[in-house]
Design a protein around this ligand. Sequence first.
Ligand SMILES: *[C@@H]1O[C@H](CO)[C@@H](O)[C@H](O)[C@H]1NC(C)=O
Ligand SMILES: *[C@@H]1O[C@H](CO)[C@@H](O)[C@H](O)[C@H]1NC(C)=O
Ligand SMILES: *[C@@H]1O[C@H](CO)[C@@H](O)[C@H](O)[C@H]1NC(C)=O
Ligand SMILES: *[C@@H]1O[C@H](CO)[C@@H](O)[C@H](O)[C@H]1NC(C)=O
Ligand SMILES: *[C@@H]1O[C@H](CO)[C@@H](O)[C@H](O)[C@H]1NC(C)=O
Ligand SMILES: [Cu+2]
Length: 543
Amino acid sequence: MRAFYALLLCLFALVAHAKHVVHNWDVTYVTTNRDLNQTPKRGIGVNGKLPLPVVEAVLGDTLVLNVRNSLDTSTSLHSHGLFQRGTNYYDGVAMTTDCSIAPGTNFTYYIKLEQAGTYWIHGHTHEHNFDGLRTPLIIHDPKDPNPVEKEFLFAAEDWWPITFQESLAIIMQQHGPGYPYTNPPYTLINGFNGSLVEPLHFEPGKTYKVRLVSMMSLPLWEFVIDDHELMIVEVDGVATKPKAVSVVRLAPGQRVAVLVTAKPNRSMNYQYHMTTFADYLPPIQGVYPQQINSTVIYAADAPVFVPHAIPSEPFDELSIEALEFMPTMAVDRSLFFNATYGFTSNDVPYETFNLVAYESPKVPSMFSALTTGEMSLNSITYGPATNAQVLRHGEVVEMVYWSATRVPHPQHLHGHAFQVIEKGRTDDATGEFRRRVPEKGFSPMMRDTVMVYGGEYVIVRFKADNPGAWVMHCHFDWHLGQGLNMLFISAPQLMQETLKVPRSVVDQCTRQGIKVSGNVVGHNSFNIDGAPKPPGLIINRFY
Ligand SMILES: *[C@@H]1O[C@H](CO)[C@@H](O)[C@H](O)[C@H]1NC(C)=O
Ligand SMILES: *[C@@H]1O[C@H](CO)[C@@H](O)[C@H](O)[C@H]1NC(C)=O
Ligand SMILES: *[C@@H]1O[C@H](CO)[C@@H](O)[C@H](O)[C@H]1NC(C)=O
Ligand SMILES: *[C@@H]1O[C@H](CO)[C@@H](O)[C@H](O)[C@H]1NC(C)=O
Ligand SMILES: *[C@@H]1O[C@H](CO)[C@@H](O)[C@H](O)[C@H]1NC(C)=O
Ligand SMILES: [Cu+2]
């Protein structure tokens, strides 16, 4: 199925009780050009194939993901947007929540599906995401407040003809960043050449749900149906009050579900458009920007509506409210994150929070939190290169994401969704560009990934109500690879009391010679000699 993926809603609606949804995934190399006019590369798929199957389930089900790692390197799977309450060790972040899956071994994730909505599953070790290990995860709600007869899914990803490691080497070369553009990417929709998307068939008067998933590594994309309102009802899995827009923009990692009500008659057909762009980088002819069009068909012979223009605009979080009322949370702790590049003395570029580029600890941080008693409350336990912040249970954390450079960053928080509170420009001396949600009677929208444009800042707030080790990072795969990552340790003493780590998680560590107790280097003390250190960085140029 090339064009779109009509979700199996009816089938699932019949199943009343919670069940196990089992997927058996043998993670393998797949050398392919994805049927594009490109040179094939060694990608990463499952059971010898790309794209991966879409995962669908019903709220209350348990996803049982039986994974075999047939690669020659470790891998792991992260269910992006799921809070993993009580199951921190299934979050799939190597050296934060687990030791990843060793080559040639099996591992099973048992994930209770307690949130309805639109999510995705992707590789979170060695940025395997970039090489194809990614697929939508749709969790249907039998009591959906906006039931529809039919859903459509558009999952967008970018496919590069070189591997993540090859492209990162180009970006992180000495003497400043290179652009891996001699090998341009192409946009895939639902796993295939996006230019081949097929028409949608609409029946007059009916309402459809369209789920949009950005599994992109680099560009933004926008979705428009000419002369049709898109009613936003869900953002990153969180239900919103319905909000009508004409265009939806998604940054890497984001998801949006909209309702579309069809026209009352069959007198016209319409086009829908998907535009990918990365206007923060030099344009690539025919690639960014790229417009993909197809048709919404009401009648075989009807004329096609001609729009004046195709709208384009940033996603306006500050005007959208969460469906379940929760006013702006009062802040207990405010943290400042200056997302900025830094260069080594050899002029190798890193991306950092506050000039600290993330380096993995030698003991997964979750295990450090679980095994160091009261020392778990001190951030140095997790090492000097993790940007660790230890949070008290239930406190409300405000994050000021700041990007004064011209580089944007889609910031993703694991284990939580945050309220989006304020946006503005970093060079705004008068407050002229400051925009904030209303103080009273407003229920700020919540999401798990927010785009911070170059020269701008965004303020978000979340409640630390999910004990565990959770990363917060940029969802441009390269920026994550370059160090733009940090760690929250939420309520470590509660973790020690409540978290029971399965044997299978510990076995993966033992097998790979990784310690599962002690601080960043495995000591039961404050001695962190030998801990990975962030590279010494300076700001010697602007980009
Ligand atoms: C995608 O399909 C279109 C339409 O057939 C074709 O023109 C284009 O070359 C394809 N793109 C790539 C990169 O193969
Ligand atoms: C590991 O997974 C593979 C593929 O799913 C399966 O054939 C094999 O039996 C599993 N091995 C073990 C030890 O469970
Ligand atoms: C069809 O619906 C449109 C509104 O979308 C309306 O303007 C038009 O008059 C209708 N045409 C017929 C033939 O009913
Ligand atoms: C897509 O549609 C728009 C508006 O109808 C048009 O301007 C543009 O050329 C189309 N793009 C392609 C690639 O067909
Ligand atoms: C943030 O980092 C930039 C370098 O990119 C630096 O010039 C600036 O002073 C920092 N801003 C703050 C408020 O710390
Ligand atoms: Cu970034």
